[in-house]
Design a protein around this ligand. Structure first.
Ligand code: GDP
Ligand code: IMO
Ligand code: MG
Length: 453
């Protein structure tokens, strides 16, 4: 069995992880790096993700499919840690096909161990948010949380189970009995098991050819020295354990999740690339210490417009705030970033001054680590450093030395604060609007070596 052979040549297996509350530009960076990889895999989340890719004048938004799909000839994997709504999968696949992208079982493999999202998960997501009232999470209402609840509750239906008609029917009947009780108790409309069974049988049958043992596939690929890019969705501060609980998503978004959500052995990972924006955004509810509020609301609005900060999945306006170096250091600690890609430099081009949160104060004392309780996070007083802006356009810049001195100073300051090199700077949404910092570990890794450490 090739999986048990010792790994002689180290294959490139890199995880790309959002360091903030999502939408850092993971799609753009994964698309950019995908050229250097043979396989691109998602390992958690579902169609709550919205990853944008722009190539020339063509734009793509990926929800379930890895951003590598845009590159011809790359194999894309939807790992076991994901929750998959088959209807959403085919909507996305059909739209991509119309855009000239091949979405076939030859190049797209869905884990036989991934869990499915059913219509009752969506209904339960709505009910749960309504029940919470003012305390709601502000989820994407895609059924993500309820599907992961069923997984942990050992009631979930996995892709491979759904191919067995009897199993699919009996599990739908059993799960719907409980779901309907909750839905009805909160004034929702009862769902019909027969209808769900019929709809899901058709969809899962169509899904059949895509379903594979991706765990085995990926481990064999790694053993053979093939390169694998692991694309995180959501981000560190939305992680179910390490995020700002309970205002989080229901999956493991951090680098450790890339192992669990693909079945790749931990020693396969040869690097972790953190994706960090030059400022911070958050969609939905939950604490956000550096949010631009009150006196800064106008600034927040300006950044939202310049950065086009509207959800790629739900269209909701994103809340905007200053760069939070304290929270990003925490993300670097948990994920062990080998390098960082800094995105959206151009969005700050017009600012006179730029604030960076360098520490958290709670009840008059500096915090040593991120408070675990969300009520405490709401009371944080951010401690800011203020840097001068550069007041000129960086849009589309491709050389670090062509950047204004204050922009370079800002990048250097963030790198010191995070404690990690910045190996790539993004200066626009388009693939080519990118600076690779040549004398960084990422730069040299992109040139030749296989280990990014
Ligand atoms: P993801 O969820 O992390 O993949 O990020 P999203 O795609 O949801 O949001 C990032 C948005 O910023 C998208 O609209 C990207 O096209 C855009 N974007 C990425 N990098 C840059 C950049 O450097 N500058 C600008 N102006 N936009 C960028
Ligand atoms: P990408 O991959 C930003 C947020 C929701 C909500 C919380 C829980 O594009 O960065 P869920 O539907 O997952 O149960 O919602 O998580 N959220 C995201 N915010 N970007 C995302 O994905 C997100 N996916 C979920 O807004 O606050
Ligand atoms: Mg997004």
């Amino acid at each position: 069995n090739p999986v048990w052979r010792s790994v002689k040549s180290v294959s490139k297996v890199i995880a790309v992880i959002g360091a903030q509350w999502g939408d850092e530009g993971k799609g753009k960076i994964v698309d950019l790096l995908a050229e250097r990889f043979e396989i691109v895999a998602r390992y958690q989340g579902g169609h709550n993700a919205g990853h944008s890719v722009q190539v020339g004048d063509q734009s793509f938004v990926l929800h379930l499919l890895p951003s590598g799909i845009v590159h011809r000839g790359k194999t894309c994997v939807l790992g076991n840690g994901m929750v998959i709504d088959p209807k959403a999968f085919f909507v996305e696949a059909d739209r991509l096909t119309q855009q000239g992208i091949e979405v076939s079982p030859e190049r797209v493999k869905i884990s036989s161990r991934a869990h499915l999202i059913f219509p009752y998960h969506r209904a339960l997501d709505h009910t749960s948010e309504e029940r919470l009232g003012n305390e709601k999470v502000g989820t994407t209402l895609r059924g993500i949380g309820p599907a992961y609840e069923d997984k942990a509750g050992r009631r979930g239906i996995r892709t491979a189970d759904a191919l067995v008609s009897d199993v699919l029917r009996s599990r739908i009947e059993r799960n719907l009995e409980d779901a309907n009780r909750i839905i009805e108790a909160y004034g929702g409309e009862r769902l019909d098991a027969d209808e769900i069974f019929k709809e899901m049988s058709v969809l899962t049958e169509r899904l059949g050819p895509f379903i594979a043992d991706t765990t085995h596939y990926l481990n064999v690929a790694a053993t053979e020295g093939r390169s694998i890019l692991l694309e995180g969705a959501q981000a560190t501060l939305l992680d179910v354990d390490h995020g700002t609980y309970p205002f989080v998503t229901s999956s493991t978004t951090v680098a450790g999740g890339a192992i669990i959500g693909t079945g790749l052995a931990p020693n396969r990972l040869t690097g972790v690339l953190g994706i960090v924006r030059t400022y911070t955004t958050r969609v939905g509810e939950g604490p956000f210490p550096t949010e631009m509020l009150e006196g800064e609301a106008e600034l927040g609005q300006m950044i939202r417009e310049r950065g086009r900060e509207y959800g790629a999945s739900t269209g909701r306006p994103r809340r905007c705030g200053w760069f939070d170096a304290f929270a990003t250091r925490y993300a670097a600690e948990i994920n062990g970033f080998s390098s960082v890609a800094l995105t959206k430099l151009d969005v700050l081009d017009t600012l006179d001054e730029i604030k960076v949160c360098i520490g958290y104060k709670l009840d008059g004392k500096m915090c040593e680590s991120l408070p675990a309780v969300s009520q405490d996070l709401r009371r944080i007083e951010p401690v800011y450093a203020t840097l001068p802006g550069w007041k000129s356009s960086t849009l589309g810049t491709t050389e670090i030395n062509s950047l204004p001195a204050n922009a370079r100073r800002y990048i250097e300051f963030l790198s010191q604060q995070i404690g990690t090199e910045i190996g790539l700077v993004s200066t626009g949404p388009e693939r080519m609007q990118t600076i690779i910092v040549q004398d960084s570990a990422l730069g040299s890794w992109l040139r030749d070596s296989s280990v990014l450490i």
